[in-house]
Design a protein around this ligand. Structure first.
Ligand SMILES: CC(C)=CCC/C(C)=C/CC/C(C)=C/CC/C(C)=C/[C@@H]1[C@@H](COP(=O)(O)OP(=O)(O)O)[C@]1(C)CC/C=C(\C)CC/C=C(\C)CCC=C(C)C
Ligand SMILES: [Mn+2]
Length: 311
């Protein structure tokens, strides 16, 4: 059995320095996702680095099941990853990327539960390739994506409510965390629509089967990539649902600390543009990958800045 050293600092000597570790996370994130990476550049340095470290942990978690060796992944693989997570939160990194996350969890009040829940989401991908109802799919989206919203919100922080304003009446049941959860669901539903063809080729259908039935569209049609009026109607329905979650999430951005509002508005606008791209591709998400061109991404930055200042 591995003997852990008494002090994390003595173990750290053979690993990267904290600055080097964050730099490795930065490079990995830039390589994997231009859109998210662009949004993180709008954060102040300390928060930006923390989001890079969280991103890398999330990406590695996803890769365990979805990556090159994903077919060999078992519950044991994820159990070991979860044990390693517990060590990170106890201050014991195993590699350079962990060094950055250890630093992040020491600097920010980050809860471990969303990380555990994300692992539970990846477990679902081990044994499930169909979802009967939207409620079942919602749980998957919560686990693999809303958890990112909760982790990020712990880093970004919530603004103090303006209690001196005479009209300020807090809604007792309202929590901005619900909106962070909604943004994760919106993003995951968008991913599912964008990747529908790729997932089908791997034998996976994330669209709820109850929705397919509602539009008289079959699994077999989906596997063959049939793009007819039934498919278009089904896609319009799914896009509308995703947009409702984006609309819900917009409400919460004003509750975040001021220095986090611009990056989150940018991220929200970037992801939701993928839905427009699906429409512009005439719903042919079987053969054409919906994406947002670089120029369009850049043009969203001033608009998202204005929204962050005004809304
Ligand atoms: C109050 C309020 C509105 C707060 C905002 C909270 C917030 C920032 C919410 C956003 C949450 C978010 C970025 C969710 C992304 C979820 C995501 C992309 C999940 C992917 C899952 C699996 O999908 P799939 O396998 O279909 O995808 P691939 O084809 O493999 O890509 C994930 C891959 C799980 C792992 C998640 C990531 C790698 C993304 C992590 C992203 C960050 C840490 C960046 C957060 C960004 C900002 C701007 C804070
Ligand atoms: Mn994946």
């Amino acid at each position: 059995m591995l003997q852990l050293p008494e002090q994390p600092s003595s173990y750290l000597r053979s690993l990267a320095s904290v600055d080097e570790a964050y730099e490795q996370c930065r490079q990995l994130m830039e390589h994997f996702t231009k859109s998210f990476y662009l949004a993180t550049l709008l954060f102040p340095l300390e928060k930006r680095r923390a989001i890079w470290a969280i991103y890398v942990w999330c990406r590695r978690t996803d890769e365990l099941v979805d990556g090159f060796n994903g077919k060999q992944a078992t519950n044991d693989t994820l159990d070991q990853w979860e044990e390693r997570l517990e060590k990170i939160f106890a201050g014991y990194p195993e590699d350079d990327f962990d060094v950055a996350l250890v630093d992040t969890v020491e600097r920010f009040p980050i809860e471990i539960q969303p990380f555990r829940d994300m692992i539970a989401g990846q477990r679902m991908d081990l044994y499930r390739s169909r979802y009967e109802t939207f409620d079942e799919l919602y749980l998957y989206c919560y686990r693999v994506a809303s958890t990112v919203g909760l982790m990020s919100t712990d880093v970004m922080g919530l603004a103090e409510p303006d209690t001196t304003a005479p009209w300020y009446r807090p809604e007792p049941s309202y929590s901005p965390l619900d909106d962070a959860i909604a943004l994760g669901v919106a993003k995951q539903l968008t991913n599912i629509l964008r990747d529908v063809g790729e997932d089908a080729r791997r034998g996976r259908i994330y669209l709820p089967l109850e929705d397919l039935a509602r539009f008289n569209y079959t699994e077999d049609d989906l596997m063959k990539g049939v793009n007819d009026d039934r498919w278009k109607a089904l896609m319009k329905f799914q896009i509308e649902r995703a947009r409702q979650f984006y609309a819900m999430a917009e409400r919460g951005i004003g509750s975040l600390n001021e220095d986090a509002r611009w990056p989150v508005w940018s991220a929200l606008m970037l992801y939701s543009q993928i839905l427009n791209a699906i429409e512009n591709n005439n719903y042919d998400n079987f053969n054409r990958r919906a994406y947002v061109p670089g120029l369009k991404k850049m043009s969203l930055l001033p608009i998202s800045w204005l929204r962050a200042k005004v809304l």
